[in-house]
Design a protein around this ligand. Structure first.
Ligand SMILES: O=C(O)c1cc(=O)[nH]c(=O)n1[C@@H]1O[C@H](COP(=O)(O)O)[C@@H](O)[C@H]1O
Length: 305
């Protein structure tokens, strides 16, 4: 799967992922009102509103970007209707030719990880029929439980040509509490980076592995160290924009050829119309504002090479 992502990044000259992380605060009033008029103040109305919101954003940006990253928590907060909106979003993005990174940060004891892996990137057997339940192209993984919690996901990648992004050094302020602790001379994030390199060793295609890593834009020095520890891992870099990461800090995550990293922005794109910079678009023009923000992000990142 990684070769498809790299091909699209190269074609579009856009190492960019748009995070589809909707909340009702981001959905313009006219969309929410319409859903509430039809379905009342219900979870179903909320789910309809966020799906319509996503759809309009995707329609406005799909030709500019290789991939999207819907974060499942934003949908789970609306219960079962929210999860249905998650699945509808995945399918709609696939229809538009986008690759989909499911951000679910899964990981558990082996047997439970296997079930998560089947549900998100594998297939489940019902009688003699095999069904891909969520069918994302990539999934984010929390490796805290160790190898036997990660390997079931790697196995599913092998079977169905999928990919992973494994948390190595996260973008949040407290990430150092555990991840920066030293074990001997190495920090925990360095040990995890080494494991990512090992887990992905059998899945290298055109120079990069289906097993990638997540490293926050907010920690560029660590990004530089990790780029060397995991030379074959594509790095998903969240934290640009709303969390304060800037283009100037992104360079260490990339290889010299401009490949090796893909930068996520969620709120910075989908809620661009709320920023002063894009205020002229207004709530009615939220999708056009998202498009303008993607173009600005693309130019911003291009300026570092
Ligand atoms: O795995 C992730 O995507 C992730 C890892 C990390 O270290 N930091 C991080 O912010 N994320 C996700 O990336 C997105 C960032 O959103 P914005 O800050 O709005 O751009 C959210 O979906 C987070 O859950």
């Amino acid at each position: 799967m990684i070769e498809k992502l790299v091909e699209r990044i190269k074609k579009l000259e856009a190492p960019i992922v748009v995070g589809l992380d909707p909340t009702l605060n981001f959905v313009p009033g006219f969309l929410l009102d319409k859903a509430i008029n039809e379905k009342g103040e219900t979870l179903e109305a909320a789910a309809d509103a966020i799906f319509e919101f996503n759809k309009k954003i995707v329609d406005a940006v799909y030709d500019l970007i290789p991939a999207v990253k819907p974060q499942i928590a934003m949908y789970e907060q609306f219960g079962i209707p929210g999860l249905m909106a998650f699945k509808k979003t995945l399918d709609y993005c696939h229809e538009k030719g986008l690759l989909v990174i499911g951000d679910a940060k899964r990981g558990d004891i082996g047997s439970t990880s296997t079930a998560y892996a089947i549900g998100h990137i594998g297939k489940v057997k019902v009688g003699s029929t095999e069904i891909a339940p969520f069918d994302e192209d990539f999934l984010t993984i929390n490796p805290y439980l160790g190898s036997d919690s990660v390997v079931p996901f790697v196995e599913e990648c092998k079977k169905y040509d999928k990919g992973l992004f494994i948390l190595v050094k996260t973008s949040n302020p407290s990430s150092g509490e555990f991840q920066d602790q030293k074990v001997g001379k190495k920090a925990v994030y360095e040990l995890v980076g080494k494991k990512v390199d090992e887990w992905g060793a059998e899945l290298i295609k055109n120079g990069y592995s289906d097993v990638g890593a997540v490293v926050g834009a907010t920690y560029p020095e660590m990004g530089e160290v990790l780029r060397e520890i995991m030379p074959k891992a594509y790095i998903l870099v969240p934290g640009y924009g709303a969390q304060g990461g800037t283009a100037a800090e992104l360079k260490p995550f990339f290889n010299k050829d401009g490949l090796g990293a893909i930068v996520n922005s969620s709120r910075g794109i989908i809620a661009a119309y709320k920023q002063e910079k894009y205020a002229e678009y207004g709530a009615e023009g939220f999708a056009e504002a998202a498009r303008a923000a993607v173009i600005d992000m693309k130019n911003d990142i291009a300026s570092i090479f």
